[in-house]
Write a protein that binds this ligand. Structure first.
Ligand code: MN
Length: 492
């Protein structure tokens, strides 16, 4: 990648974009890093340039690309943040400051993990763009990891698998997550990586040849039904997710049906359903494998129609059908909502990403580092767990972490409901209060208005930070109450 490649990439996405600041930032960074080389032996500037290139590929605005070009300047050169601010403005300087802060971690082992996680959450809460730059920076570092000593390779790759990839996933950045994982996989589990590559390389080519035939049949049928402008391609499953799936299926590749899926991109939502209809007219779908993530998007915002069918000669094939917009969101997730914001600043977030704002609020609440570390355990669980959606009898939808219980739901509705909860009905049946809820459950919380305090036992199974804190607060109040009565009695 050269600066000209970068500029033409930006222009390709937005012909009206003003790239003069980008070019200026490149010259500035190239001068600052002059004479420095990376461990690969190349000039240092290649790294910020590649980082900026990854972000341009994601069609993110010019201020972010400027910040990416400058991201290592204050850390590695004599140029200060103040000088950056003078030349490129406060917004760019603020982003670079954020990335510089993320970079400095001196701890080892578990301490390092916690500190890292804390910093990532802080960055996420204050400006998501900093995180996007950090992801791109990490991605390029992984692409050139070969040049580092093995110990460092392992540490960086492991940190990517444990921290960066789950956060990218939570933000719906599917392509980023997959690339981070696949590049790290090789260094963290080298033998498992070789094994996965080997079985993939054996199984994939015949499947690809077969899918060429399927594509032709489907294309013909779609034309007959008047579905136009169809883009069809075979999507190879990413290695790390294939590996994880293989572990789940006794390492038996014949049980994995989406090794290569056929991805179909059409202009409108209506076209998506037409394509689904045509596919089901041609081939019989497998029971329980039709997934309408358009009507019910995944908690991270992913939308598509999925179906798995008994295809030609009884082979099992998965199809994924989506529009261009859905495709973009599936690849870059939350970053898709940055494009059209003129200033490049945080745009209004879609419903499924509101938790990022919640995170910002929590972070403000817990400004003390020590407290933050204490809260981290529960916070981490809230964020890294997948989300489920359950319904109240009135039809309200409540978003909870996976395995949340009726008590978590009760506290999500209101602390009074939580404190006076005496039972729960899930889909019209009485269940124990510690039963894990599932997406789509209709949950009715039974309360008793005479009950004012929760049971301390609930702390053993609740999953959300909110429920935990509210139970503790109510118990504390109760104890204070007892104590006061006791004092009064003693006075008498
Ligand atoms: Mn860097």
């Amino acid at each position: 990648m050269t600066i000209n490649d970068l500029v033409s990439k930006i222009k390709e996405n937005d012909p009206k974009a003003d790239t003069s600041l980008v070019e200026l930032a490149y010259d500035f960074a190239a001068k600052a890093h002059e004479g420095q080389t990376r461990s690969t032996g190349e000039p240092y500037i290649n790294h910020p340039l590649a980082t900026a290139g990854i972000l341009a590929e994601m069609n993110l605005g010019a201020p972010l690309i400027v910040a990416a070009l400058l991201h290592d300047v204050p850390e590695d050169t004599a140029v200060t943040l103040e000088e950056l601010e003078k030349n490129f403005g406060a917004d760019v300087a603020e982003m670079v400051r954020g990335i510089t802060k993320l970079g400095k971690i001196k701890y080892r082992g578990i301490e390092r993990y916690i500190e890292n996680l804390r910093k990532m959450f802080l960055a996420m809460a204050s400006d998501l763009r900093v995180l996007f730059i950090k992801f791109a920076d990490r991605l390029h570092n992984l692409q050139t990891l070969e040049a580092l000593p093995p110990k460092k390779q392992y540490r960086i790759a492991l940190e990517t698998l444990e921290i960066f990839a789950p956060i990218a996933n939570r933000l719906g950045m599917g392509e980023m997550r997959a690339q981070l994982e696949d590049l790290s996989f090789k260094y963290v589990y080298p033998e498992e990586y070789q094994w996965t590559v080997k079985i993939f390389e054996e199984a994939a080519p015949p499947k690809e040849a077969y899918l060429e035939q399927v594509k032709k049949i489907l294309a013909g049928e779609l034309a007959v039904h008047g579905v136009k402008e169809v883009e069809m391609s075979g999507r190879r499953k990413h290695l790390y997710s294939l590996y994880k799936k293989l572990l789940k299926y006794d390492r038996d590749i014949s049980r994995i049906h989406d090794l290569i899926a056929l991805r179909i991109i059409v202009p409108t939502v209506a076209d998506c359903y037409s394509v689904l209809g045509v596919i089901h007219g041609l081939w019989k779908p497998l029971k329980g494998r039709i997934k309408d993530y358009i009507a019910q998007p995944k908690p991270n915002g992913y939308r598509s129609l999925h179906t798995t069918v008994f295809c030609e000669d009884g082979e099992v094939v998965e199809f994924q059908i989506r529009t261009r917009d859905m495709h973009e969101e599936a690849e870059i997730g939350i970053a898709a909502h940055w494009h059209y914001d003129e200033s490049g600043k945080r745009a209004e977030l879609p419903q499924h990403a509101k938790w990022v704002q919640e995170l910002a609020r929590i972070q403000k609440e817990i400004s003390e580092k020590k407290e933050f570390l204490e809260a981290l355990e529960t916070l981490k669980i809230d964020i890294f767990r997948n989300r489920i959606f359950v319904f109240t009898p009135r039809g309200d939808v409540i978003d909870l972490p996976e395995e949340a219980t009726p008590i978590d739901l009760a506290y999500a509705i209101h602390s009074d409901i939580g404190n006076s909860c005496i039972g729960a009905m899930v889909n019209d049946e009485i269940v124990p209060l510690d039963s894990p809820l599932r997406s789509g459950d209709v949950v009715y919380i039974l309360t008793d208005k005479n009950r004012k305090t929760p049971s301390a036992d609930w702390l053993k199974f609740v999953k959300t930070r909110q429920a935990k804190n509210k139970i503790k607060a109510a118990l504390r109040e109760q104890h204070v109450g007892w104590f006061k009565t006791l004092l009064k009695q003693n006075k008498k």
